[in-house]
Structure formats: C-alpha cells, structure tokens
Design a protein around this ligand. Structure first.
Ligand code: ACO
Length: 334
C-alpha cells in the first residue's frame, strides 16, 4: 500500500493582543515607516496568559480536527514544529495530546525553526506511504515574544506569536503531496541562532498590558545577521523551488498559489521575482502577523483555505527557510 499526505482540515489560533508598529516606537528606537518599508510588517500578535505555545497549538488543532471531521481519539500521530515550547521536556506535542485528548496518538516535536511545519509535513508523508489510513495532526506553534530581546530593534520588530494546524491522511485520489525536498546547512548556524536556555526568565506578556521596556525580557540571546539571512533565504528558497519544479517537469506557470514562510515582504517579493512567479500568486499574512516562525505557514494556509483561495485541484507550493539553516519546498495538489 502506498499513500501520500492529503490535507483534510486546517485551523489556526492568533493571540488576542495586537502589537502595532506605533506601540513599538515606545519600546525601541524605531518607526512605523522603517518597519513597514523594510519588512512589510504593520502589526504582530503577542501571546498572553493562557496563550502558551501548547495552548495555542491545541486551539488550532481543534479547528483543524473539526474541519476534517476527525476526532482527537482517531489521531495516530501528532508532530509539532516549534522552537518555543514551554519546556524542553515534555514536548509541546505531548502537551497538545493531553489538551485535546488524543490518547491513541504518539507525539513529538520537530526543531527546524521556521521550516518546522514543512519538515513535519514531509515526515507525515513518509509514514503515509506505508500506512495510508493513519490520521496525523501537524502543527506549527510559537511564542517568540517570550524569547526575543525587546531592547534589540534589529530583531524584536520582526516576530509574532500564533499557531496553525492541519490534519493529514493518505490520499485516495490524485490530490495531496506530490513532491518535496528539504535541506539543512549547519555550517551557517551563527547567522541565526537562539540560545536553548534563556539567560533570564522571559514571561509571556499579558496581552492586556501595554508593553514598555520593563515588561519584556532583556536577557534572551537571539542572534541574527539580518542581511546574510536575507540573501541566503532568497537564494536557497529560489534554488529549491527551481530544482523541484525542474525535477517534477512542472513550470512556474502551472503553480496556482505559493504559500511561503512569512519572513519579510521583501524576501517574498525577491523570491517571487527570482522564480518568475507573479506576486499576486504569493499568499501573505506578514503585514498582520509578522514572522511567527514555524507557525507562519500553517496559519497562512488556514487563512487561504477559509477565504476560499484554494480550489480543488490547485497546484500549491510551500517554501520555507529558517535558522539552522533549514529550508525546503513542498509541491501539492489541493
Ligand atoms: N528601526 C530603525 N532602524 C533600524 C531598525 C529598526 N527596527 N533595525 C535596524 N535599524 C538600522 C540599523 O541599525 C542600520 O543603521 P546603520 O546604517 O546606522 O547601522 C540601518 O537600520 C539599516 O540596517 P540594515 O541591517 O542595513 O537593514 P536591512 O535593510 O538589511 O533590513 C532586516 C534589516 C529587516 C532585518 C533585513 O535584513 C531582513 O529582513 N533580514 C532577514 C531577517 C529575517 O527574516 N529574520 C527572521 C528569521 S529567519 C527567517 O524567518 C527567514
């Protein structure tokens, strides 16, 4: 028996607290104009009490399960892509399992930074090749607001919190994951890194409080060489897209919609230009939610799905890039 991963339900959860660029002007030396022109970001969501990574992940999961018509007890496996789980042990996936009552599933996290969701999808696809009846819950969830240094204007303006989820099972028709390719290059880890243990405890900010310099952690070690990350993201995702399409005998004109990791609007525009894809075919949420790492792609997928942007038979391309470096591309028929 062989199968391929088919997405049968999507869901997402965004924290209630919206942090605008104007508010950020009160926290660091920056301006709405700088952030908007350099990144495309206008606001981001910040997790508050009760919106820990696993809690948001569970909320997104429940919506995806409802859409899929699958109960939590029917799940065989749960994979969460995250770099901001509440604890090193247990995994975020185990907390989600408890939260939703998926007692028949085994559960684990994938640490691939912003590429976490694509990595999880590829793992699910490999399982489904041998066991197409499996029902698998995939989640990307992050609370980066609890880990970034809110006094470092180079990084704190970029990130937001949230969770996205989908349910996959083996396809019984032509739809589903057609091809994928993942990559890593650990040699470049210093261009983008986050210490495993915060140098100081960083509480998740209560969404009701207006952020000021004192309410955020200033001790976490988030290191980023922005310009290099930008260059590598465009180059590696561009190469990955071109190589996959060539390998599969597909032209970029055949693609109906690209849903990329939401890093920076200029990265997405450069990528689209590089692979000759009209920007109207690139789905973006970066303006509203910033960069929510592994959560950004499944959140965008859920929004596109619920807006009716995805028609049965559409050819979709997911492209991701993140710390590690990790990157990859997934081609699927909706
Ligand atoms: N507000 C105002 N000025 C700022 C800010 C800010 N928030 N941040 C930096 N600056 C200043 C810099 O200090 C610098 O000043 P200087 O010239 O006096 O030294 C100036 O603005 C220009 O900075 P650059 O680094 O040249 O700005 P750049 O155009 O490269 O944009 C950015 C920076 C937005 C970080 C960009 O490099 C980028 O997006 N890189 C990709 C990073 C990324 O996406 N990281 C996310 C994680 S990885 C991923 O998801 C793919």
């Amino acid at each position: 028996m062989t199968g391929r991963a088919k997405i049968i339900g999507t869901g997402s959860y965004l924290p209630k607290r919206i942090l605008t660029n104007k508010e950020l002007e009160k926290i660091v030396e920056t301006s709405d104009e700088w952030i908007t022109t350099r990144t495309g970001i206008r606001s981001r969501r910040i997790a508050g009490a009760g919106e820990e990574t696993s809690k948001m992940a569970a909320q997104a999961a429940i919506k995806a399960l409802t859409m899929a018509g699958v109960t939590a007890r029917e799940l065989d496996m749960i994979i969460v892509g995250t770099i901001t789980a509440e604890m090193v042990m247990p995994s975020c996936a185990c907390l989600v399992q408890k939260e939703i009552g998926a007692e028949n599933a085994f559960a684990f996290d994938v640490s691939a930074a912003c590429s976490g969701f694509a990595y999880a999808l590829e793992i699910a696809d490999r399982y489904l090749k041998n066991a197409p009846d499996m029902k698998i819950l995939l989640i990307g969830a992050e609370t980066l607001s609890a880990r970034v240094n809110w006094q470092d204007r180079n990084t704190c303006i970029l990130f937001g919190d949230g969770a996205g989820a989908c349910v996959v099972t083996g396809s019984k028709d032509e739809n589903g994951l057609l091809a994928s390719q993942l990559y890593s290059d650990g040699r470049l880890w210093q261009l983008l890194s986050l210490d495993a243990v915060p140098r100081r405890y960083c509480p998740v900010v209560d969404y009701k409080t207006i952020p000021d310099r004192d309410s955020f952690c200033d001790g976490s070690a988030f290191n980023m060489v922005g310009k290099d990350v930008f260059k590598h993201a465009v180059r590696e995702m561009g190469d990955a897209v071109e190589n996959l399409l060539k390998r599969e005998g597909i032209t970029v004109d055949d693609i109906d919609l690209m849903i990329p990791h939401q890093a920076n609007i200029r990265i997405l525009k450069s990528l689209a230009e590089r692979v000759n894809l009209p920007f109207e075919k690139v789905y973006t949420t970066i303006q509203k939610y910033g960069n929510s790492s592994a959560a950004s792609l499944p959140i965008a997928l859920d929004e596109a799905n619920r807006e009716g942007r995805l028609q049965k038979g559409d050819l979709l391309l997911f492209s991701v890039f993140g710390g590690g470096f990790t990157w990859g591309v997934v081609l699927l028929r909706w």
